[in-house]
Design a binder for this molecule. Sequence first.
Ligand SMILES: *Cc1c(COP(=O)(O)O)cnc(C)c1O
Length: 354
Amino acid sequence: MVAAPNINIQKVETSKLHSLSLANLPFGKYFTDHMLEADYEDGEWKNIEIKPYQPLLLEPSVAAIHYGQAIFEGIKAYKDKKGNCYIFRPLDNLKRFNISAERMQMPAIPEDIFMEGLRQLINIDKNWIPDQADHSLYIRPFMFSTDPFLGVKPSDTYKFMIILSPTGPYYSKPMRIYVEEKYTRAAPGGIGFTKAAANYGASLLPTEEAKKKGYDQVLWTDAAEHKYVQEIGTMNVFFVIGDKAYTPELESGTILAGVTRDSVITILQDMGIEVIEKSISIDEIIDAHRAGNLREVFGTGTAATISPICELRYEDYVIKFDTDKWKVSPEIKERLDAIRSCEAADTHGWMYKI
Ligand SMILES: *Cc1c(COP(=O)(O)O)cnc(C)c1O
C-alpha cells in the first residue's frame, strides 16, 4: 500500500451552490466551489492543495502560454438515486493523461495523487453532482508548464490542476459533417494521439470554415492523401455498415484513443455486433452508401456520448440519413446511460465509487 498523498484542504466559507440550480446548465460554464492544485518542482509533485476555486497568478513569461506545453482530460461523475457518487473509468483517463505527458515531455502524475485528489475534491463538492437524468459533473484535470523563461526547452516546473463543472443535459442534435480535404488534425509522428491543448487550437479555423459552409463539424482525413478518415471534430467516429461496425484503428498514432470509443466497442460486442478497427477510406464509405449498406454514422466522446450524423458531405457527394430510424447507436446510448445512472449492472467495472 502506498501512503495516501498529503493534501492540504482549505474550504470555502459559503458555497456558491445555493444561488444556482443544477438543472439544464450549459457545458463548461459554471464551476464548483473548490479546485485542486499541485506543483512540480525539483523533480517531484508538492504543495497538493484543495482550495476555493479562484484565478491563478502567473508570470507573463510562463512557458505554457508561449510554447503550448499543456495537456488535459475530460471525465464525468454521476450520482445514483440513493445519492452514491461514481466516476466513469477515471483510471483510463489517468493512463491517457500520462501518455500525453510523455509525448509532450512533461512529468507523469502518480496514480495516488490523481485518484486521491479526484476522490477528495469530488467528495468535498459532491452536492454539485446533479442527480437529474442526463446530467453529470464534468471533471477537467490539466497540466501546464510554468517556468518563467522564454528559451525553448522542456520546463522544470509544472502545475497540475483539477476543476469541476456541473453540466447537462448535452442534447446532441444530429450533425451535418463536412469531409475536410485541405486542413489536417494529425499526422503520423505528431501529437494526434494525445490530449494536447495544441490539437484544439489548430482545429478552430477549419471548424469555423466548415460552419461558414453550413456544417457543424469536419470529418478529418489523413495528412498524406486526405483519403482515410480519422475523427469527427473532437470525437471518435463509427460507421455501421451492413451488420458490422467500423472505426479507425489506433496504430497510426493519429487518433485519440477515446474512453467512450473503447466503451462503445465493448457495448457493440455485448449487443452481438462485430466491431472492426481498421483504416477506413472515404471511398469505402461512399461505396457502402451506394450499395445501400451504410446504416449509421456517429461520433463518440465524453461530453456528448453519442452524436448522430444526419449528413456527410464529401466534395459533391452528399449522404443524408433519417436518424430517427436508427437502431444501433440509440441502443448503445441507452445501455451506456443505464450503466452510468446505475440502473443497469456495471458488468465491465467502469463505475468507480467515491
Ligand atoms: C477527448 C477526445 C476524444 C474523445 O475521448 P473520450 O475519452 O471518449 O472523451 C476524441 N477525439 C479527440 C481528438 C479528443 O480530444
